[in-house]
Design a protein around this ligand. Structure first.
Ligand code: FE2
Ligand code: FE2
Length: 283
């Protein structure tokens, strides 16, 4: 990586398709930023979408094959879906830093590049686990559409934070503890440990999102709870549905008051997005 500006280094990493190479570049980028080798300069634009490897084949959520819940193959497919989510999460964090860093400042870049390094580690742990279990990332189709939210919110950092970390990543806080239990019950403690590690880190990612969102709203003289509600209504097409993991959400800065504004009322809980995505639309 020869880039000397942080934006050029981020762009190069986003345009790297091969998963292993993207992971290595993300780690190098985060390290070079941390030690001050990259200038806080935004001289190139971010790509509309990151480069993608040839495999996995990307399918619309409704076209995804059923995972066969409870079976060994079902658990393998779940690990594959989670590896894909972590892989896309690398680019989501990079894009946040590269697209909005100039207006948001150094701490914002610090935070999202550290998130990108975490996501690269999460992806790496899951990809290695798939190999150990006789599969690999790319062996199954994966869910397309995880980049849609990035595209929908590319014009406004408040909208990006309101949706990507504060809704999509926060969803992982609710669902992952149950997934951990499922793997433990099936006797797969190693996968359970990886998922527990991931959920612990995701609390920090959501907290970064909430912190920058609240600071931005306050600087604009807006109420964070109201602004979040408006942005979720405008840009999120699924359901934000209870039960919520209240303690993890509170640790991430999402108070009950904040949640009350965006939660889907129980009568409307049949919005099918999470079901269609097989519960895998968390980051
Ligand atoms: Fe992650
Ligand atoms: Fe994350």
């Amino acid at each position: 990586m020869n880039a000397t500006s942080v934006a050029a280094a981020i762009r190069e990493t986003m345009l790297t398709a091969d998963p292993f190479a993207k992971v290595m570049k993300t780690r190098e980028l985060a390290r070079r930023w941390r030690v001050g080798e990259l200038a806080f300069t935004f001289d190139v634009a971010m790509p509309d979408a990151p480069a993608r490897p040839e495999k996995p084949e990307l399918l619309a959520p409704a076209a995804m094959p059923k995972r066969g819940r409870g079976s060994a193959h079902g658990r393998l497919a779940l690990l594959h879906a989670l590896a894909h989510i972590e892989f896309v999460a690398i680019d989501l964090a990079l894009d946040a830093a590269g697209r909005f860093g100039a207006e948001m400042g150094r701490e914002f870049v610090d935070d999202w590049l550290s998130v990108a390094a975490d996501e690269a580690m999460h992806y790496g742990l899951l990809a290695r686990r798939l190999r150990t279990l006789g599969s690999f990332y790319g062996a199954m189709p994966a869910h397309d559409g995880l980049w849609d939210s990035a595209r929908d919110t590319a014009h406004d950092v408040a909208a990006r934070l309101a949706i990507v970390p504060m809704v999509l990543e926060a969803r992982a806080l609710d669902v992952t503890p149950k997934t951990v239990e499922k793997f433990l019950a099936a006797g797969d403690a190693r996968s359970a440990r990886i998922l527990q590690r991931i959920v612990d880190d995701e609390i920090r990612h959501v907290r970064f999102g909430t912190k920058h969102f609240v600071a931005l709203c306050e600087s604009r003289g807006e109420s964070p709870a109201n602004a979040w509600k408006t942005l979720v209504q405008r840009h999120f097409h699924g359901a934000v549905k209870p039960p919520f993991n209240d303690s993890a959400r509170r640790a991430a800065g999402l108070s009950r008051e904040m949640m009350a504004g965006v939660a889907t009322p129980p009568t409307a809980l049949h919005t099918p997005m999470h079901e269609m995505a097989g519960g895998s639309d968390q980051l």
